[in-house]
Design a protein around this ligand. Structure first.
Ligand code: TXA
Ligand code: MG
Length: 316
């Protein structure tokens, strides 16, 4: 935990170093106006896989892409009139919009957990703004805490939870909000509140009218944010924990194998590499085959999250 210079005051030279670390695939603790984020290059599957591994998440929740401006946001997501209104009123600031992702967006499939939608926000914190300018592209940043622990609001919190797993923490002082951003689905005509957060509902309702709160299809009990998510579901039938492919099945291998297939999540048996390849390979296989067999993936480390997604994709 006591790496020298792990925490640096967020001055221009430290921010430059942070941009360099992100370009090299590393992880940076980043102050925002809500909570400290664990930042990685949103376009880099491998960096995003390292980020999930550092947080120790048992599943791949899709991440928020942070961009410098609304114009930058509309390059990766298709804005609706509703989204433009909310962005005009509240960006930069603690509002995240979920929108359809552009097909040509240079965003890691893993960061979006394989979904066709993307969550985006423009943070207002000066350090986040400067880093986004310096880095020059979208940055994913979930709260910088190990999975299941409280979100960090100081650089010291980040160091105590993740200090041995990250390269640099930019110290921008305590966070103003201390609460994550509000997440709103703005794909349709009416806004849907997916996660209450630092931007109060009333502020938005004054501008776009009442916010819907999603209810579970089962009835009237509101579902938790995690439950609201649509998960990646292939059209092809998926069989997991397969030893060998059956007739008609394409095979997605893991580790060294004698089975001939162009698809191997990680020939070296590296789970970080496997996570980085997971969604891109599944998409490719799904486009070409109707039946996919997937090799057994060990359940340690990122393997737990990989198996979580594979199990959901196989159940449909
Ligand atoms: O304040 C914040 O938003 C902080 C700071 C660091 O910016 N970040 C943060 O990120 O809280 P994270 O990854 O912990 O939260 C992402 C939230 C989750 O609730 C996730 O389910 C939702 O956004 N989300 C992401 N992509 C989504 C999508 N395509 N559809 C629906 N919800 C999505
Ligand atoms: Mg969190």
């Amino acid at each position: 935990m006591s790496k020298p210079n792990l925490i640096r005051a967020a001055d221009p030279s430290a921010i430059q170093e942070a941009a360099k670390i992100l370009k090299g695939g590393g992880l940076v603790g980043l102050p925002t106006e809500t909570v400290y984020g664990l930042a990685a290059n949103a376009a880099d599957d491998k960096a995003v896989a390292r980020l999930y591994a550092a947080k120790g998440r048992p599943s791949f929740n899709p991440l928020i892409s942070h961009v410098f401006s609304a114009a930058a946001a509309w390059e990766i997501a298709a804005p609706t009139p509703l989204a433009r209104k909310l962005a005009d009123a509240f960006w930069p600031g603690p509002l995240t919009l979920v929108l359809a992702r552009r097909v040509d967006a240079q965003i890691s499939d893993l960061a979006c957990a394989g979904l066709d939608t993307i969550a985006i926000r423009v943070p207002s914190h000066p350090t986040a703004q400067t880093l986004l300018t310096e880095f020059g592209g979208p940055i994913v940043a979930p709260s910088a805490n190990p999975s299941g622990q409280l979100s960090p609001t100081t650089a010291a919190h980040v160091a105590s939870g993740l200090g041995d797993k990250i390269d640099l923490i930019l110290d921008g002082g305590p966070c103003e909000a201390g609460l994550e951003s509000t997440v709103v689905d703005a794909q349709g005509d009416g806004p849907v509140l997916l996660r209450p957060g630092a931007l109060p509902r009333g502020d938005m309702e004054a501008i776009v009218g009442s916010l819907k709160t999603p209810v579970s299809s089962a009835g009237d009990t509101p579902t938790s944010p995690g439950m609201l998510l649509k998960h990646y579901a292939p059209d092809a039938a998926l069989r997991i924990n397969a030893e060998t492919p059956r007739a008609g099945e394409a095979f997605l291998a893991f580790g060294s194998t004698t089975i001939e297939t162009p698809y191997n999540l990680s020939p070296a048996g590296d789970l970080v590499e496997a996570a980085a390849n997971l969604f891109a390979m599944l998409r490719d296989l799904d486009a070409r085959y109707n039946q996919i067999a997937v090799a057994r993936i060990p359940s340690e480390g990122l393997g737990e999250a990989i198996n979580d997604r594979l199990t959901r994709a196989a159940e449909r």
